[in-house]
Design a protein around this ligand. Structure first.
Ligand code: PNS
Length: 163
């Protein structure tokens, strides 16, 4: 039984993330999407909202579970009894950070391997940060995220502005 973890902030989840989720789910028995609650950062969506959004857009994938986590990823992997961490690589610019993270995680626990999937070419430019930026200036984000996510992002930006 291969249980893998795909960790991230997913603020918000994009088609690039969904591409990795679908492909990682197809090569594992169970894929846990770990949603980071990072108290040092102020995300657009709370961790509970991100979990709800991810659950909605992955509901067709029966072996995918969405689980929030805090603290070290490697501890979360152990807690979930997962042997593999999956990360997506978009471009060479991702490589240095991902290499550093995977080597640190391997030092912390050599029983957990990091597996890199290269993001499909059509999503190689995509990031949650640019999606938020486009949305904040009123741009159309429906080609970057599912309709359901686009609505939530627009709603949240309006809500933030009205405060
Ligand atoms: O979607 P992101 O923001 O690129 O995901 C980054 C994430 C969540 C994978 C990374 O920040 C992480 O694992 N955070 C947990 C803290 C941790 O384990 N840090 C040490 C790894 S070097």
């Amino acid at each position: 039984m291969l249980r893998a973890i795909y960790p991230g902030s997913f603020d918000p989840v994009t088609y690039g993330h969904l591409d990795i989720i679908e492909r990682a789910a197809s090569i594992s028995d169970e894929l846990i999407v770990g949603v980071l609650q990072n108290k040092a950062k102020t995300p657009l969506f709370s961790v509970e909202e991100r979990v709800t959004i991810l659950s909605e857009v992955t509901k067709n994938l029966k072996n995918v579970k969405i689980v929030p986590f805090e603290g070290l990823l490697i501890d979360f992997a152990k807690q979930m009894d997962a042997k593999v961490i999956v990360r997506g690589l978009r471009a060479i610019t991702d490589f240095e950070y991902e290499l550093q993270m995977s080597q640190t995680n391997r030092k912390l626990n050599a029983d957990v391997e990091t597996l890199f999937l290269t993001t499909s070419l059509e999503y190689s430019y995509l990031s949650s940060t640019t999606v938020k930026e486009v949305a904040s200036f009123g741009g159309d984000i429906t080609q970057f995220v599912p309709e359901f996510v686009a609505e939530k992002v627009t709603e949240k930006i309006k809500e933030r502005r009205s405060k």
